[in-house]
Write a protein of this length. Structure first.
Length: 389
């Protein structure tokens, strides 16, 4: 049996060894890749990042990202998304390097986009992003995809619904898994956003899937939070019950075309009334509620104008600086929380006894409180030496 490929026919069991930089990966037809070979791709040797065809220092990677290399941008985001202890150190160094190099231009417009499944968020972003590019913007889309609590995997299929943006040289789409704890959303997405801004993208759109805790995390890292909803999704009272409305700065009733156009306008009027009740304080700003259609393009730029007006309102009142200052403070604690949790999980003495503690807790022989205390005692007695230097 043979397997046709670009390098000739590879017979069953034969090995193909491509030369990739300083390391080689062995591929066997019909076989599986050795985990150590996959791990070799991420090893750090003498302070240099190992890659398929090159070695780079963090400073060199930062320069390549600043020069607009999409390949190195993707590589940098992969680095900041990693939860490995050694990769986290390199990610922090990369962010410090961007800070040393200074901003590329004016602060980017950061917009979080959320909505119930089926509201057409990805298609909305695709259509809006194309219009923004036509105006001269560079658009980065960071799509947060929840990770499975069972398998740990993510579908990462948002890019397939952004066909027009995907082929544009002035757009960058990055679907990313949320990880297995909420801090993974805040940390990885926030750092990926900073990397995208360092690459010169002046509009960063962060899409979340569904409505849940990840929306709260994303709302805490953007300038404007945009809710994409649908007609017939609930009346005023149901809308008031949805806590997501309290975080929304701009609301768009999407798919307002064809037979659904009239219903969308009615839904928009109902939402406007609901938002006035939610924001009943005398000086409170009432979020704009608009209609839009990703299919026809009608209303998309009006939604974007509302986003810019909200941002202008924040700038004039000093709220934008305050919001970003609070976000920096929250980021600090998010980094601390994430680093502590990741380090604890990866500590050999904890990993080696993980199954034992879980078995004892599940059998009832050890309470969850006592088990947690023992794990923390193990962590305290085996704090990484790098933290003590």
């Amino acid at each position: 049996m043979t397997q046709p490929n670009d390098h000739g026919d590879l017979k069953w069991g034969e090995e193909y060894k491509p030369e990739w930089g300083e390391w080689q990966s062995t591929v066997q037809a019909g076989g599986q890749r050795d985990a150590s070979q996959l791990e070799a791709a991420k090893q750090l040797v003498n302070g240099r990042i190992m890659g398929r065809s090159e070695q780079m220092t963090i400073a060199e990677l930062a320069v390549k990202v600043r020069e607009g290399s999409r390949r190195h941008l993707a590589r940098a985001i992969t680095l900041v998304e990693s939860s490995r202890v050694d990769d986290r150190a390199q990610a922090y160094e990369l962010l410090r390097e961007f800070r040393r190099l200074g901003p590329v231009g004016p602060p980017a417009v950061r917009v979080g986009v959320t909505g119930v499944p089926g509201a057409g968020k990805s298609t909305f972003i695709d259509a809006l992003g194309v219009k923004l590019i036509e105006q001269g913007h560079k658009v980065a889309v960071l799509a947060v995809d929840p990770s499975s609590s069972k398998s740990g995997g993510s579908v990462l299929g948002d890019r397939t619904r952004m066909a027009a943006l995907a082929v544009s040289d002035n757009a960058f789409i990055r679907p990313s898994p949320s990880g297995n704890h909420l801090g993974g959303v805040a940390r990885a997405t926030r750092e990926a956003m900073l990397v995208a801004e360092a690459a010169g993208y002046d509009v960063v759109l962060i899409e979340t899937v569904g409505v849940g805790q990840s929306e709260v995390a994303v709302a805490g890292m953007v300038d404007t939070f945009l809710l994409v909803t649908l007609a017939r999704a609930g009346d005023q009272l149901q809308g008031i019950k949805k806590g997501i409305l309290e975080m929304a700065d701009v609301i768009s009733v999407n798919k307002a075309d064809g037979d659904n156009e009239a219903a969308s306008r009615v839904a928009a009027r109902e939402l406007k009334s609901a938002m006035k009740l939610i924001n009943s304080a005398p000086n409170a700003r009432v979020p704009e509620v608009l209609t839009s259609s990703s299919y026809t393009g009608i209303g998309l730029m009006e939604v974007w104008e509302a986003v810019l007006e909200h941002r202008e309102h924040l700038q004039q009142s000093g709220g934008l600086d305050r919001r970003r200052a609070v976000q920096q403070r929250d980021w600090m604690w998010s980094l601390i929380d994430g680093t502590l949790l990741d380090t604890l999980r990866q500590l050999p003495v904890v990993r080696n006894r993980k199954a034992e503690f879980e078995r004892l807790v599940m059998s009832g022989d050890l309470s969850a409180v006592d088990a947690a205390e023992q794990v923390l005692e193990l962590f305290g007695a085996n704090v990484p030496q790098t933290w003590l230097s």
